[in-house]
Design a protein around this ligand. Sequence first.
Ligand code: GAL
Length: 949
Amino acid sequence: MSNRHVDYVDDVLPGNGALPPRAWYAASSAHSLSLNGSWRFRLSPTADAHDESFAAEGYDAAQWPEVRVPGHWVLQGDGAFGAPIYTNHLYPFPVDPPYVPTENPTGDHLRTFDLPDDWPADGSATLRLDGVESCARLWLNGTDLGEFKGSRLPHEFAVGHLLKPAGNVLAVRVHQWSSGSYLEDQDQWWLPGIFRDVTLLHRPAGCVLDFFAHASYDHTSGLGTLRVDSDVDGRVTVPELGIDTATGEPVTVAVEPWTAETPRLYAGELVTEGERVPLRIGFRTVALEDGLIKVNGVPVLFKGVNRHEWHPEHGRALDLDTMRRDVELMKSHNINAVRTSHYPPHPAFLDLCDEYGLWVIDECDLETHGFVEQAWRDNPVDDERWTPALLDRAARMVERDKNHPSVVMWSLGNEAGTGRGLTAMAEWIRGRDPERLVHYEGDINCRDTDVYSRMYASHAEVEQIGAHLDGGTERRRGLPFILCEYAHAMGNGPGGLTEYQRLFEAHERLQGAFVWEWIDHGIKDERYGYAYGGDFGEELHDGNFVCDGLLFPDRTPTPGLIEFKKVVEPVRIEVNTGAGTVGVTNRHDFRDLSHLTFEWSYQVDGETVEAGPLSVPPLAAGESAEVKLPAPPVDARDAETQWTVRALGADGHEVAWGAAVLTPRPVARAATGDRPVRGERLITLGPASFDPRTGELRTVGRVPVVAPRLDVWRAPTDNDAGASWQEDIRLGEEWRKLGLHRVQHRVDDVELSDDALTVRGRVAPAGREAGLRTVFRWTSDGTAVRLTVSVAPVGEWKVPLPRLGVRFGLPGGASRVRWFGGGPGEAYPDTRQASALGLWHDDVDGLQTPYVYPQENGARADVRWAEIGGLRVEGEPEFWFTARRWTTEQLDAATHRTDLVAGDTVWVNLDHGQQGIGSQSCGPGPLPQYQLRPQAAEFAFTFTEAGEA
Ligand code: GAL
């Protein structure tokens, strides 16, 4: 073929030949045939490399390899089918809309199928494709059905007249690039393929075409009204409610409403002459009232996440189990809302949201972010030629998803600038579905939208908005506010969640927020563990910015998710040790507490000595009570005691907890009195020995120790590396410029006195005057050796320190760790809500948080004492404990998990301070109170030999 472009690929129009969009439903009485499975596949480098003869009946594709449908071809074929590309907002091709490159990977997909024996001979049939990226043309038995764009949207074709009982040939030609790619510039991998289901649906005569179930709830009367509008007349039944009515006829009855907290669904059926379709009715009313988003008359608070569809091996081709896993993980982590960033998800996901209860912002498959590079010139959303494509996308989303009670808002898309096309979409949506709200973050004046929505605004700005001090247009001033993205969960973090949550709770205008994002889009890869941008040799890419989720790619929760669960817990539990009571506040929007049980427990030095049930009244949403705790069960002198109160769900899983120390930790022994002795090769003091020249610790009892030294360096986190939106500095870079990753340790003086070994020194990077004066003062009572570290900054310091503490090495055999402190997981100054004081144990490997891009991780907070490798360390005050099988420098140099290889030393950090985490990988840095400003400090550790932990 000679034409450089295949016309429909570059055409701004959405396609040809597809049926009008309609409601999606999984089950019906009509027959259906899944065409998922193994398909023959041929990859070509251009759109026009091969003619259409492959689509003809009788074409012999026996030599073609196979691909799995649903799937993306670039994730199959062991590299033989090209590779994924990751860009955040840059188009991976020249920007010249609507044209795409001649090099346009094109996958011809072919499969044959027979109709099942019981497939009815009458009626018609529809072929449905739920998602194909980015443009497809299809043929059945050699007949051209048409072509379409709109990757994450369904397309149906009438095929009944073409079907035969056996040997049907379905051919689908998929082009990676098309004009549609300009509308799909989301921050994610570019992954071509037929990535959602392909289904043949029998359409009996008199079958259901499209229907719209309107199910509202009047909270003043407790009545629900159901009206099912249907293209084809029929009856609607909901046996449990005694409803049996004609389509189009409203019925009002007493119902239990649907909310995300109480996802009450009523099973029903729509019966037309030719088909029975199951209905799942949730009665609820969404309204914008008094400047607030209300459901059933109640303002709601979104505790949300942004969910991209992701599987580390299958990309955006998700099976039902994976979707269910996502929903279950969300529910069990106190999440109540999802924004389907940035496209309508697999339709079955919304069924799960209805069933489990999640508020959904359903977002249209639209983003044109790459035009920002040219000041939004030629942006398709402001060019009328593209409006039909935009309206097609809006309609395909709304029509498909309109029957889900979980969907409370339609979002026009993401980061598409502004323009007439968006207004047209909003108008069409309002006309079709006036019963839901419209969202679009890019509409800063809220011309087309019902909520003022922003991304990554700082705490200070959010507070201003909450207090209505933010100005803006009159329309905007009257609207509720959400952060459709915040708390960028890239790598270690996000920090600052608690402070946001307190603001949302304090100001009613602030109706919550959605963490960016749910899951890391790492691709499972033998070379790296998980691959990210650049790992496939992409010309343009954005590195590991695609790994910024609350879940690791394999869906293991990150510490960020554990923290989020704690911060947004629906019950606030505050133990008041003075009064011997616990304050319980029901932070649900709708539900009372009767579904939870409460339990108290009492810890002595971190160990639970007694526990029992706590009777808490079934407080209504928003109510609080002060509940009496029992008398402390034991009188523990010389021990630290603590109350913990937990709220448990019906299945016993922990929903919320609170704890408080009753009697504080006794002051540690002094560990003084012994006298240091200078021997020939060593200085000895109590159980410890030291190098006489450097004064560095060598052994504690039989445990060899590699020189505890002052340590201020940490492997910068993604957030350290990011540019703070307030101060416009990249801390990680500033630290490196200053040389904190290569400080030199100078010993000025090793002094023995009657009761101490004192080592004075200075720690500073080459080329800089800024440094830290250090005094290590060692004392002993004969059995323990105590190190008191005094630090004083000298010279000019302009940046916070990464950390402040000591680092030492232990023999590599050290593995088990026991500690009394915060746990079980990692914590940093602004990510420590989920860290519970207790007696914990793990091994060194288990202490690591395997961020896809290696970085500082694994600190345990508030540690009183820790035992590792036969050594016991007690801190005064409490300290941050970290241990790993590689050095900080190795961690810093690593770019993938597989770079981290255990050495023969376990490196332990005992930190007095840690710089906060923040979320400046995209957003604000740590709040001022979490910054580790260089200043004089003193802290101490007592070392003794311990049994193996
Ligand atoms: C937002 C965008 C997201 C993602 C995020 C950063 O601006 O909407 O898609 O790119 O930033 O990870």
